[in-house]
Design a binder for this molecule. Structure first.
Ligand SMILES: C[S@@+](CC[C@H](N)C(=O)[O-])C[C@H]1O[C@@H](n2cnc3c(N)ncnc32)[C@H](O)[C@@H]1O
Length: 211
């Protein structure tokens, strides 16, 4: 783990060329649909949306998505997709929660995939998610299970080597969430330094904002 910034702007143009990322987003979207069954009235915020892989996979199942990210480059790629497909029910917003920018709201569902391990402290972000959710609103957070620092090829901007699900559950409880559930949403295979294939699991934690 290291404290340096990761260059998401520089990675944006080729982000979608990694088929593992595209598959993971579809697996996570499927797990969110199966677990929470969002409806066509559901207003969603996707925190750390990147190029919108998860936002766009979930979009047909919901009313709208507000896709937020701190990287202009990532949002630029998503804006181009939105324009090319002439989509009316998704918008992007430049937000850096670690700099104190508020999340947009109100929302029925806040989703996030593979972003929490890039946050220094997840607790204020969970509190901000709870703040923007309507009463009874829900969150769905996907991220790596504890990975001993082996998932990323370089450590810049990686502040957590995955998460322990029990620790995440406690953080969600402290932020005012109940009905907390977890499941495995995706499995990723990546080659290690000696050519061996390593397997990583991605959890999906879902929870409901308490009244
Ligand atoms: C590993 S990428 C995941 C992108 C996308 N969710 C996906 O699965 O393809 C993490 C994203 O989180 C964004 N991010 C990191 N820290 C952030 C912050 N403090 N506020 C908003 N977005 C942030 C990055 O810019 C990046 O686009």
């Amino acid at each position: 783990m290291a404290g340096e910034q990761r260059d998401f702007d520089g990675a944006a143009a080729t982000w979608d060329e990694n088929p593992g990322r595209v598959k993971m987003a579809h697996d996570v979207a499927g797990a969110i649909r199966d677990t929470l069954r969002p409806g066509l009235g559901t207003e969603v915020v996707d925190f750390g949306c990147g190029t919108g892989l998860l936002s766009l996979a979930l979009l047909p199942s919901v009313r709208s998505v507000t896709a937020v990210d701190s990287s202009k480059g990532m949002l630029g790629v998503l804006d181009a997709k939105i324009a090319a497909k002439n989509l009316a029910n998704i918008r992007t917003l430049l937000v850096d929660v670690e700099k104190g920018d508020p999340l947009p709201g109100p929302a029925d569902l806040v989703i996030s995939s593979m972003t929490f391990h890039h946050l220094r402290d997840i607790r204020p972000v969970l509190a901000e998610m709870a703040r923007v959710l309507r009463p009874g609103g829900r969150i769905a957070i996907a991220d790596l299970d504890s990975d001993e620092g082996k998932f990323h090829d370089s450590p810049e901007g990686v502040f957590h080597n995955g998460f322990d699900r029990c620790t995440m559950q406690k953080c969600l409880e402290a932020a005012g969430f109940g009905e907390i559930r977890n499941r495995t949403a995706a499995i990723v295979h990546k080659p290690g330094p000696s050519g061996e294939v390593r397997m990583f699991t991605v959890f999906l934690m879902t929870a409901t904002k308490k009244a």
